[in-house]
Design a protein around this ligand. Structure first.
Ligand code: RB5
Length: 177
């Protein structure tokens, strides 16, 4: 798979590790910097990666800063980028299966190397489930279609006041899906 990867200084060490790991795994990796541990501004790297991803230079992206927060906020300003800040195998897997995330964000100061490598492998190998998640991801990309009032008790799906207070097995299943 063609992967784009970038970090700021706080993600530099983890990026170096992940570039090597992905290449060893047979992936084509375009390392967009930063190239040294000297202090830089994370938005410069997140914007660059997002532009390139949307231009088709890679199928997936990886962004690393100190916490992953700045990178994810910045990348998600680009329509069509779905950047997921993940912290473990479960969030990395669900980011793909349910959210069709195309950029994995993580924190060089919050995530250890073992977990980072595991998250990357899962993120690259896991397909999008589609189905009901396709509908939801389509809605993410169309903020203008949002319905109002869904948060008001009794006015939206899941807020049916005619239901009994104790959740049935069916309710529980619905909430987990
Ligand atoms: C840099 O000190 C730090 O603010 C940055 O790497 C990142 O964590 C921002 O979200």
């Amino acid at each position: 798979m063609h992967i784009l990867i970038a970090s700021d200084h706080a993600g530099f060490d983890l990026k170096t590790l992940l570039v090597g790991h992905a290449r060893d795994g047979g992936h084509e990796v375009l390392d967009l910097g930063t190239a040294t541990p000297a202090s830089v501004d994370y938005p410069d790297f997140a914007h660059d990666l997002a532009h390139r991803l949307l231009a088709g230079e890679g199928e997936r992206g990886v962004l690393i800063c100190g916490t992953g927060i700045g990178m994810s906020i910045t990348a998600n300003r680009h329509r069509g980028v779905r950047a997921a800040l993940c912290h473990d195998a479960f969030t990395a897997e669900l980011a793909r299966r349910h959210n069709d995330a195309n950029v994995l964000c993580m924190g060089g100061r919050t995530t250890g190397p073992g977990v980072a490598v595991q998250m990357l492998d899962i993120f690259l190998a896991t397909p999008f489930e589609g189905g009901r998640h396709r509908r939801r991801v389509d809605k993410v990309e169309e903020p203008g279609t949002a319905k109002t009032g869904l948060g008001v008790r009794g006015s939206g799906p899941g807020n049916d006041t005619t239901r009994s207070a104790a959740p049935s097995q069916e309710d529980k299943k619905e909430r987990e899906s």
